[in-house]
Ligand binder design. Structure first.
Ligand code: ASP
Length: 357
């Protein structure tokens, strides 16, 4: 009899432990934090069919509440970092974001989602790709239609972004952009359409994967060094040196570069014609700048293809640097971080960074 009671007690304890464990496993969702910065995803307009609206009106709590079942994907919480249209994104917000992300990911947080306007989303993604110090997923998302629009796509983009941030498969992919069911790497993603929901593309390397109603599939790893392999850091930085972009065209005036130098630019990026070309007079202005120790990077206004070192321009003669695959807005970010870290890097050292990152 004693033995039977003992067996019964033993089995009960086992059963209790099993049920407890089962429940706690069910409860243990990945911890994801949403950092909200504004943009059209948080935008609101008077009419559901009108095209005018204001970015950055809706708070992160209302955005989460608008997405059915999102709390089943992750143990979620939100923080409001800013509430601006991303045309007003700033170095100060980038640094705040980077420091907060590094702090959260060093703890028990499994992934980060950033809600962000689409205009400069690729720039924030690329900046973070260079200064986040973790291989855990960091995912930016946004929307092309404001929250009040007919067929607003923000809720599904947010749902999919949380699914990617919560997925263990997403580690080691650097900073990502999730929009319109696609996953992109920060190095290669760019905005291609002013208004369409299919705006983001990665013309040089393609998307990293797909996400369909929360089902995550990866095909590729991203191009270029990122996050834990990056030599750059946002730690202790209060500002970045001024780097300006000048847009190339036929009969381009050379004095634009001289004006930027006079205005205090510490570096210049030319969105050149073709393979990073510019008028002969502008090349001479670039030489004047590089002789003063102000690096000039030749990027391109053409959306695809790498700018080749010594293509039609003798980079050694003019002291210029080819941007390789970085578009002008991303070349600017790499140059700002490179100059912030060491303003005495040689032209050759800077050139190597454009090849590596
Ligand atoms: N101007 C908006 C922004 O970048 C556009 C958008 O989010 O789609 O904040």
């Amino acid at each position: 009899m004693k033995k039977q009671i003992f067996n019964f007690a033993f089995i009960s304890v086992l059963l209790f432990a099993f049920i407890q464990n089962g429940f706690s496993q069910e409860k243990k969702l990945p911890k994801v934090i949403i950092l909200a910065t504004g943009g059209t995803i948080a935008g609101s307009g008077e009419s559901s069919t009108g095209s005018s609206y204001t970015s950055g009106k809706v708070t992160i709590e209302s955005m989460i509440d608008a997405v059915p079942n999102i709390r089943k994907l992750a143990d979620l919480s939100g923080e409001q970092i800013s509430n601006v249209g991303s045309q007003d994104m700033s170095v100060k917000i980038w640094l705040d974001l980077a420091n907060r992300i590094n702090e959260l990911l060093a703890g028990d947080v499994d992934g980060i989602v950033i809600t962000h306007g689409t205009d400069t989303q690729e720039e924030t993604a690329y900046f973070l790709n260079l200064v986040v110090k973790s291989n855990k997923p960091v995912v930016l998302t946004g929307s092309m239609r404001p929250s009040t629009a007919l067929s607003a796509e923000g809720p599904l983009n947010l749902y999919n972004a949380v699914a990617v941030a919560a997925s263990p498969e997403s580690k080691d992919h650097g900073v990502m952009v999730v929009m319109n069911d696609k996953i992109f790497g920060a190095h290669s993603v760019t905005k291609m359409n002013t208004t369409n929901v299919e705006t983001f593309e990665a013309p040089m390397h393609g998307q990293l994967g797909d996400v369909n109603f929360g089902e995550v599939t990866f095909y590729h790893y991203p191009h270029g060094l990122n996050t834990t392999k990056s030599r750059f850091s946002a730690d202790g930085i209060k500002s970045l040196p001024r780097v300006d972009i000048v847009y190339g065209c036929a009969d381009m005036s050379p004095d634009l570069i001289d004006i930027m130098v006079k205005a205090g630019a510490k570096g210049i990026v030319v969105a050149g014609v073709g393979d990073g070309n510019m008028t002969t007079a502008t090349l001479e202005a670039a030489k004047r700048a590089t002789e003063k120790g102000i690096p000039v990077v030749r990027s391109a206004r053409v959306p695809t293809g790498a700018v080749l070192i010594h293509g039609e321009v003798d980079d050694e003669k003019y002291g210029t640097i080819a941007s390789d695959e970085l578009n002008p807005q991303k070349a600017r970010i790499l140059l700002m971080l490179a100059l912030q870290q060491d303003k005495n890097r040689t032209r050759e050292e800077l050139q190597q960074l454009f090849i590596d990152y």
